[in-house]
Design a protein around this ligand. Structure first.
Ligand SMILES: [Zn+2]
Length: 128
């Protein structure tokens, strides 16, 4: 998988997900993970500037690299929701409550993205 292939795939899905207003930098990261917790991809964004960096681990099957790239784009598609939730969560009184709310939001978002991914994979497998 080359950087050019990753970028081309990323651009295609950026358009499909109507994320064209975002300026996205794509990075292939040598290794099996991009974060200490073992994630194979991550997206870091600045909502106000509509800029994002998507990092994907290189030591994966080529198809897995692309799936990771698409997964991170789906997270980016949730950036607005994430920002609104964070805005509300920061108003909670205790650190414990903020921690619980953040974990619940992160989990809900991940589950939603996994659902959408399964649906997209089914469509791709059918050539749609
Ligand atoms: Zn995720």
């Amino acid at each position: 998988m080359t950087h050019i292939q990753l970028e081309a795939y990323g651009r295609k899905w950026q358009r499909r997900l109507a994320l064209g207003q975002w300026q996205i930098a794509w990075e292939l990261v040598a290794g099996k993970q991009v974060t200490p917790d073992g994630s194979t991809g991550e997206v870091i964004w600045t909502l106000d500037a509509l800029k994002a960096t998507i990092r994907v681990a290189t030591i994966q099957e080529p198809e897995a690299i692309l799936n990771t790239a698409r997964h991170e784009l789906l997270h980016l598609a949730c950036a607005d929701i994430d920002a609104h939730a964070e805005n509300i969560i920061t108003r909670l009184d205790s650190a414990a409550a903020r921690g619980i709310a953040t974990a619940a939001m992160d989990n809900a978002q991940e589950q939603f993205i996994l659902r959408v991914e399964r649906a997209l994979t089914e469509l791709i497998d059918h050539g749609d």
